[in-house]
Design a protein around this ligand. Structure first.
Ligand code: AMP
Length: 317
C-alpha cells in the first residue's frame, strides 16, 4: 500500500483555505498504516520566529488536525522524530550550493539579504528528508513546491548512484483538485495562513467574526439581475460562490450580493461550528492530544529508523 505524506507548517493560524484545500482531502480515505500527517515545526524556524508563538501554533495546529477528524492517520510533530533532521544533514552533504541557490523560493525571498537564516537556504534538504524517510511511491504536489520535490528526487537518485540503493525515488503527481480559496478582501490572492486581517477566515474565528469578515468581502459594482455568477471578471463573487459550494450551501435563487454573503456566512459557520466544538473539547484535554502525537511520533521513529540507518551506513557512518 502506498504511503501518503502531508506536512503543515505551523507558521500561522489555519484558515478555511487549509480546511477545504488540505484537511478535508487528507481526512478522506485516511489510514494509520499508510497516512502520515505531520506538523513541520522545524520548517517554521527558517525566518525570525518567536519560540512561544511557535509552541502555541504547534499545539493549536495539532489540536485542529484532530478536531478536523484526522484521528485515523499517524499524526506527528516533525521535531519529535529526530530522523528528519538527521537525514537532512546527510542530504545536505549530497546537495550542492549551486542547486540550493537555484531554488526559486530562496531566490525570491532571500538570496541577497545577509541576515537570511542559513536554514532557509538548506530547507529543501530537510524537505527531501521529510519525504524520502517514508519511501512514498508518489508525492502529490502543487506548483509552489514542485521544484523542491524535483530536488528531492535528484538527491535520491544521486545518493543511490553514489552510495548505494537506499531511497525510493518518488513520482510527482498532481494533487487531487481541491477548492482554492482566495482572500475575501483581495480575491486574486490565496487565502494563506501567513496573511491576516479581514480577508482571511480562520478556523477558530467565532461566528460573529466570520459574519463581519464576509460582510466586508469584495464583490463588484455590477448589480444586474445575473450579477451573482461565476465569472473570471468577477473574482470576488466567484470566490464567494466557490466557498458556498465547498461548504455545502446552494446559490439557487440568490440574486443580490447581500443574500450571497448571508448564505456564505451561514454555510461557513455551519462548517466551523462542529469543528470548533471538537476543538474546545480537545483543548480542555491536552494530555489526550499529547498522547495521540506521542503514539504517532513513536510509529514514525519506527518506520523511519531503517531508512536513516541504511543512509548512514551507506555514507560510512
Ligand atoms: P500552506 O498553508 O500554504 O502552508 O498550505 C498548507 C496546505 O493547505 C497545502 O496543501 C495547501 O494547498 C493548502 N492551502 C493553503 N491555503 C489554501 C487556500 N487558500 N485554498 C486551498 N488550499 C489551501
Amino acid at each position: 500500500m502506498d504511503r501518503h505524506l502531508s506536512l503543515l507548517t505551523p507558521s500561522g493560524h489555519l484558515t478555511l483555505g487549509n480546511l477545504l484545500g488540505a484537511l478535508r482531502p487528507m481526512a478522506a480515505g485516511q489510514d494509520g498504516s499508510t497516512c502520515f500527517y505531520g506538523i513541520a515545526d522545524l520548517h517554521a524556524m527558517t525566518t525570525a520566529h518567536d519560540p512561544a508563538r511557535l509552541r502555541a501554533l504547534t499545539q493549536e495546529t495539532a489540536t485542529l488536525l484532530l478536531a478536523a477528524g484526522l484521528d485515523s492517520a499517524t499524526l506527528f510533530v516533525q521535531s519529535r522524530v529526530p530522523a528528519h533532521a538527521q537525514l537532512a544533514y546527510l542530504l545536505e552533504c549530497t546537495a550542492t550550493t549551486g542547486e540550493l541557490g537555484r531554488m526559486i523560493q530562496f531566490k525570491e525571498k532571500a538570496r541577497d539579504q545577509p541576515s537570511t537564516r542559513a536554514s532557509l537556504y538548506t530547507y529543501p534538504a530537510l524537505m527531501a528528508a521529510d519525504i524520502l524517510l517514508y519511501r512514498p511511491q508518489r508525492v502529490p504536489v502543487g506548483a509552489d513546491q514542485r521544484q523542491h520535490v524535483e530536488l528531492a528526487r535528484d538527491l535520491a537518485i544521486r545518493f543511490n548512484g553514489t552510495y548505494g540503493p537506499v531511497f525510493t525515488v518518488p513520482e510527482i503527481s498532481l494533487p487531487a483538485a481541491g477548492a482554492r480559496v482566495m482572500r475575501l478582501d483581495e480575491p486574486t490572492r490565496k487565502m494563506g495562513k501567513s496573511g491576516d486581517g479581514p480577508g482571511v477566515l480562520r478556523l477558530l474565528d467565532p461566528p460573529d467574526v466570520v459574519r463581519r469578515k464576509v460582510a466586508r468581502a469584495v464583490t463588484d459594482s455590477d448589480t444586474g439581475e445575473d450579477a451573482v455568477r461565476r465569472d473570471p471578471a468577477k473574482p470576488g463573487v466567484t470566490n464567494l460562490l466557490e466557498i458556498l459550494a465547498a461548504c455545502g450551501g446552494s446559490a439557487d435563487g440568490i440574486t443580490t450580493y447581500g443574500a450571497l454573503k448571508k448564505a456564505v456566512t451561514d454555510a461557513v459557520v455551519a462548517q466551523l461550528e462542529p469543528l470548533q466544538k471538537r476543538y474546545a473539547d480537545l483543548a480542555s484535554d491536552p494530555a489526550y492530544v499529547a498522547s495521540v502525537y506521542d503514539v504517532g511520533a513513536a510509529r514514525c521513529r519506527e518506520v523511519t529508523a531503517p531508512v536513516l540507518a541504511a543512509a548512514q551506513a551507506a555514507m560510512g557512518l
